[in-house]
Design a binder for this molecule. Structure first.
Ligand code: AP5
Length: 233
């Protein structure tokens, strides 16, 4: 399946979409993670986009579309993918449809994770991320086994620059102005599945699995060897 996760900052898109991609055996494609990886090496693109990301602004549609267009051409995305944080504007959504159409594909489902501003502020304040593999933790809800250290690679965890309170407010403002129009865009196309992201991580996960099962029961039943088959057992 070709899946999209959208929602405000801190809604849990990264947490859930990464887990779902592992479960389905398809790539997890996060434009935010790819952009952050650019800033860690000395490059023109990193110098151009780093200040935008750090201050909570969006990069241009052209850059975001270019990232996804290139990534979706990789063979590992042929049998499906989970997009996290893309599309974020209506032009990005239109570009995504056009790029998929070229290979006879389409977006199958769009998960919208809804959370209130209070929840966003709490989650973002407590978030700690691994700069190497993008793993995300929370100081209280989802702490790493060794405090301050990534469970997977042992790297020291960091607090993202764009997680400072004033930058989070800017990100919420942009989400409302530029990304929330996508809610109607995908509703009209009957692709939107709206989920409360305010529940605990396992509660949100269970709801996502339920929605996928009901949306793809035919495909799952007819795909032997696919990880998703086990959900039907
Ligand atoms: P991006 O990395 O995509 O940031 P974002 O959309 O603001 O989302 P976040 O990563 O802040 O949150 P999330 O929803 O993934 O939540 P998470 O799972 O981490 O993008 C960063 C920047 O890149 C953008 O601001 C922009 O500048 C640029 N960019 C990216 N894509 C772009 C595009 N397409 N166009 C233009 N610019 C683009 O969870 C948050 C915390 O809560 C964690 O600590 C987690 O452990 C915890 N948590 C998660 N779920 C739960 C739960 N259910 N209960 C309790 N705690 C939870």
């Amino acid at each position: 399946m070709n899946l999209v996760f959208m929602g405000p900052p801190g809604a849990g898109k990264g947490t859930q979409s990464r887990r779902l991609a592992v479960e389905l055996g398809v790539p997890h494609i996060s434009t935010g993670e790819i952009l952050r990886s650019w800033t860690r090496v000395d490059s023109d693109l990193g110098r151009l986009t780093g200040p935008l990301i750090d201050t909570g602004k969006y990069v241009t549609d052209e850059i975001a579309i270019g990232i996804v267009d290139g990534r979706l051409r990789s063979p590992d995305a042929d049998s499906g993918f989970v997009l996290d944080g893309f599309p974020r504007t209506v032009p990005q959504a239109e570009a995504l449809s056009a790029m998929l159409l070229k290979s006879g594909k389409k977006v199958d489902l769009v998960f919208l994770l809804n959370v209130s501003e209070d929840v966003i502020v709490d989650r973002v304040a407590g978030r700690r991320s691994c700069p190497v593999d993008g793993m995300v933790y929370h100081l209280t809800v989802n702490p790493s086994k060794v405090p301050g250290v990534c469970n997977l690679c042992g790297e020291r965890l960091i607090q993202r620059d764009d997680d400072r309170p004033e930058r989070v407010l800017e990100r919420i403002r942009l989400y409302k102005n530029l990304t929330s129009p996508l809610i109607d865009y995908y509703k009209e196309r009957q692709l939107l599945v709206s989920i409360s992201g305010a529940k605990g991580q396992e509660g949100v996960w269970a709801e996502i699995l339920r929605e996928i099962q009901s949306a793809c029961s035919w495909a799952c039943k007819n795909t032997s060897g696919n990880a998703s088959v086990k959900w039907l057992a």
